[in-house]
Design a binder for this molecule. Structure first.
Ligand code: ACO
Length: 399
């Protein structure tokens, strides 16, 4: 229950709801598909390696902005909740690959929805952003700061990708999902979460030339990725398992109480390891990594939408959502689902038609990155040659 008002307070009591129910859900996947075979046309990789090391077969590439996908997902979630944008009082846009930093991305979604005058904010904890946004939304509903919140997890990693780097280029995809969260007196919604961050390992995944540390300092905006896949792998498993135990302990529950596990989909081997270490049977673990790759903040939210669509979330189900992201942030969210597993309505909103293939969409970025790599190589060769010439000179000329 919210804390009661001290009797001598001169301020009116602002009481929130006891629970924050998830009443609507919607996803948006851009139509262009980038298969493992497509990737093998421009980097040194193959379907066997990608499938055996990651479980991924294909991923999506957006022909629109990140906020356009978020907008469509939001309209679908609102329809599923039987609400309109005018019923919202807060939007939280969880992402690390939004279209802009200034102005905010949440404000663009708000504008597209026509939700005039309400509050909106961007939140970035990388791949865990959508779930951290769910924590903020649920907490604000429980304190009375908000009544009905649109929570978004949306990502466009294709725009940030170093397409010349096979270590990372095969792993990510674009997509968006949205949830409507509102106050309820029924015992449902986010019951508890465990949040954390292995900040000492923040350099395990770093994107250079992205952020104000680089802005106005570098001649180009070509990104490069520092990526220690094995370190991330180990910490991801450790963080998700620890967070899951922590949240179950908080609620005095055991692993046997979990009906559906919907983990972050960064690698099928990470998912298997988390399921095994927790002791959750494979038939309770939802997996869609083969279809979309890692969509960062959109991943778990899209997986949750698909678990509902596929009938894997029953009324009153206990759902555990462990995830991790750059930072290295980690979490596990425990959700008690409500009675309704069917949407109240459907939106006919769609993204504009896409006239290009996934390869055509990424071609300009790949071309720019290749040119940049060539010019870096040329200038490094020139420096080496100059050094060589210098070294070849008689000692008396160098003096
Ligand atoms: N195709 C072919 N070979 C490749 C590819 C590729 N796409 N990528 C890397 N390799 C090679 C490497 O060059 C290396 O070769 P070398 O041994 O000759 O140097 C070798 O494959 C590495 O193979 P493994 O050690 O077997 O790789 P591993 O089992 O660690 O799998 C992977 C790599 C898939 C990256 C794994 O470590 C992983 O999934 N890590 C976690 C990644 C992740 O989750 N990232 C996102 C987290 S943060 C966020 O979600 C925003």
């Amino acid at each position: 229950m919210p804390p009661s008002q001290p009797s001598n307070s001169s301020f009116p009591a602002i009481n929130g709801a006891r629970y924050a129910a998830i009443t609507g859900w919607g996803k948006c996947l851009p139509p262009a598909v980038l298969s493992n075979a497509d990737l093998a046309t421009f980097i040194d990789t193959d379907d066997d390696w990608i499938t055996s090391r990651t479980g991924m077969k294909e991923r999506r590439v957006a022909h629109v902005q990140c906020t356009d996908m978020a907008h469509i997902a939001a309209l679908r979630a609102l329809a599923a909740a039987g609400r309109t944008a005018q019923d919202l009082d807060l939007i939280i846009f969880g992402s690390c690959t939004g279209d802009t930093v200034v102005p905010t991305c949440a404000s663009r979604v708000q504008d597209l929805l026509g939700a005039k005058g309400i509050a909106s904010l961007d939140l970035n904890t990388a791949c865990t952003s959508g779930l951290y946004a769910l924590s903020v939304a649920s907490s604000m509903i429980k304190t009375g700061s908000a009544k009905r919140v649109l929570v978004i997890g949306a990502e466009k990693p294709s725009a940030l990708m170093d397409w010349t780097n096979r270590n990372v280029a095969v792993l990510f995809g674009d997509g968006a999902a949205a949830l409507i969260v509102e106050g309820s007196e029924q015992e449902q919604g986010l019951m508890a979460e465990s949040l954390g961050c292995y900040a000492e390992a923040r350099d395990s995944l770093a994107v250079h030339n992205y952020g104000t540390a680089y802005t106005n300092m570098c001649p180009t905006s070509i990104t490069s990725w520092d990526f220690d896949g094995q370190d991330i792998f180990k910490r991801a498993v450790k963080g998700m398992v620890k967070a899951s135990h922590d949240v179950l302990n908080k609620l005095n529950l055991g692993v046997e109480d979990i009906d559906t596990l919907v983990p972050h989909q960064a690698n099928s081997r990470i998912i298997d390891a988390v399921g095994k270490k927790l002791g959750v049977p494979a038939d309770k673990v939802f997996v869609n990594v083969e279809r979309y790759g890692n969509m960062s903040a959109a991943t778990v939210m899209i997986a949750l939408c698909e678990a509902i669509e596929e009938g894997k979330v029953k009324p009153g189900a206990n759902i555990l959502l462990p995830a991790f992201g750059a930072g290295l942030t980690w979490n596990s969210h425990f959700i008690r689902w409500g009675e309704r597993v069917e949407p109240l309505g459907y939106s006919d909103a769609e993204l504009p038609a896409c006239k290009k293939t996934a390869l055509e969409i990424i071609a300009p970025r790949l071309e720019a990155q290749r040119k940049h790599a060539q010019s870096e190589q040329a200038s490094s060769d020139k420096t080496d040659n100059q050094q060589q010439n210098k070294n070849n000179k008689p000692v008396e000329e160098l003096a």
